[in-house]
Design a protein around this ligand. Structure first.
Ligand SMILES: [Zn+2]
Length: 203
């Protein structure tokens, strides 16, 4: 059983809105289809987040900036995941956070890459890729308003990891029951486990 793992800050929690070291995008039209290809410029500085929002720091820190999908959590989460032998985490990097206003000392978070993978079950969702460009790989979805479509995962494509990214949606994370147990047992804050069907609605 997999859950949609969503990290959304409530009013009481801080969230990160910018990575100071992100260098922006080079935007060039694809010579074949004309759609804009955004390629990140090299980083200008090591990863560092600017935060705003509530005064409290949650265990899972929402990141609303670009590029989308940074998975950011406290060192305690990483320790608990390791203790429980949770799989699917790749490289982990300590990242300082800064309040734009106020000079209080802030915590250090952990940026983690997620190496587990699972694909959507497009036929079950009556969803197709169309206008696929052979040069740049960009495509359009056959339906609009994806948030109205109950999501489904193709479990034959599941890498078997406890933490996975969902194909074509780099900001979406799914987790196993084992991850859910760690989050519930230790009352880790900032993340919620939802039904896969509701994945786009919660997104
Ligand atoms: Zn193209």
């Amino acid at each position: 059983m997999l859950y949609a793992l969503s990290v959304h800050a409530s009013n009481r929690y801080a969230y990160a809105f910018r990575d100071r070291g992100f260098g922006g995008y080079d935007r060039t039209p694809c010579p074949s289809c004309g759609r804009e290809i955004a390629t990140p410029f090299p980083r200008t500085a090591p990863r560092a987040y600017e935060v705003e929002g509530g005064a409290r720091y949650p265990d899972f820190l929402e990141f609303t900036g670009v590029p989308v999908g940074d998975f950011v959590c406290s060192a305690r989460v990483i320790d608990l995941f390791r203790e429980a032998e949770i799989s699917g985490l790749g490289e982990i990097e300590s990242v300082p956070v800064f309040r734009v206003k106020g000079a209080k000392a802030e915590p250090v978070y952990q940026f983690a890459s997620i190496i587990g993978r699972v694909e959507l079950d497009l036929p079950a969702m009556k969803l197709k890729k169309k206008n696929l460009c052979p040069a740049c790989g960009r495509f359009a979805w056959s339906r609009e308003r994806l948030y109205t479509i109950p999501a489904a995962l193709d479990m034959d494509t599941w890498s078997g990891h406890d933490l996975c990214r969902v194909g074509d949606f780099p900001a979406m994370t799914v987790c196993s029951e084992r991850v859910a147990e760690v989050i519930r047992k230790h009352r880790l804050t900032g993340a919620e486990m939802g039904q896969i069907a509701d994945m786009f609605r919660a997104f």
